[in-house]
Design a protein around this ligand. Sequence first.
Ligand code: PLP
Length: 390
Amino acid sequence: LIDLDNNATTRPLPEVVAAVRRVLEEHWANPSSVHRAGQAARREVELARRSVATLIGAGPKEIVFTSGATESIDLAIRGVLAARGDAPATVITTPIEHEAVREVCNATSEASGGRVRVRMLPVGREGVVDAAALGPMLDATSAIVSVQWANNETGAVQPIERIGAMCRERGVVLHTDATQWIGKMPCDVSALPIDLLSLSGHKFHGIKGSGALYVRRGVRLRPVLRGTQELDRRGGTENVPGIAAMGAAAEAAMAWLADAGHRERGADHRDAFESAVLEGVPGAVVNGPRERAMRLWNTTNIGFPRLEAEALLLLLSERGVCASAGAACSSGSLDPSPVLLAMGVPPEVAHGSLRFSLSRLTTRDEIDRAAAVVIECARKLAGSSTHATA
Ligand code: PLP
């Protein structure tokens, strides 16, 4: 298998497997138990907390372990809104967020009886948010701004520092969904105007079902899941194997991030893949920013006009290439990606758009072989789309 589906979803890191095995075999106890076995499990959790905190430049007490980015996002947005009490509140977000953000904003607003309003920042054709539009939108009702750091479908990097500076000036909480950024790009929240940051362990080689929310010291947040764990901020016995896996994955990510050349080489692989596909498939286009600095090194979104993304995905899968259409969770649906549509990508292109994402493990040989398979499959399917234009 050649894994171009969102950060090595099919291949585990040996050190992550070792961490999970260690916990399963030696630290089976509940980390909240006072006995010795419990305290050994607690030590695993706290060591991992330190690793995850160091990865993003936070203090260990600023890390709340969750079941993944979806839960972190839910806690961030609902937690801040609940802490504000009954006052009218506005959430400012973007139309290119992952559905984890979109859904919690919409659901919270709908359930609030008009108290909570959701407003959208505009986004340009390359999938980058217009930060300048934020200033006039901020007012006394602004409770939280939630903007992703990098887009999961296009890899477009968002002007998070500028947005954060504007929020800071107006005293508004900034949450960033950094699920695609963390582990792949350096992060130092101690030097950035970010108050809340969501991450997911499995996006940097941890195992599925583990994540964290960074909560800057002093940010007021009401817990969603009640309980004494995680300093009263997230109740429920911790997922010790998942947390230990995330700690090991964070250590591995830090070692990799220490050499900026790794990221450059990753971007070179991505560019080589993209160039080969664009050359081999007439009419194929890249959805997302042109400029290298505005792109996450591992992601490319390629539109094959007049092709059906799902048909192409299945054919690729038969030939051993794993990719996805839009957000992984929405694969299987025939609806084009709302993110691409919000960017103004024409529907006939959005219908035939696939996301290919590299991981730290992707080799040049895999890239070359994957590009050849994509070209072959796209050519085979050419003309089969039901969304054909003249
Ligand atoms: N946000 C972004 C940008 C993502 O890419 C994802 C997962 O694909 C999520 C949130 C949800 O993460 P999780 O599956 O850990 O809940």
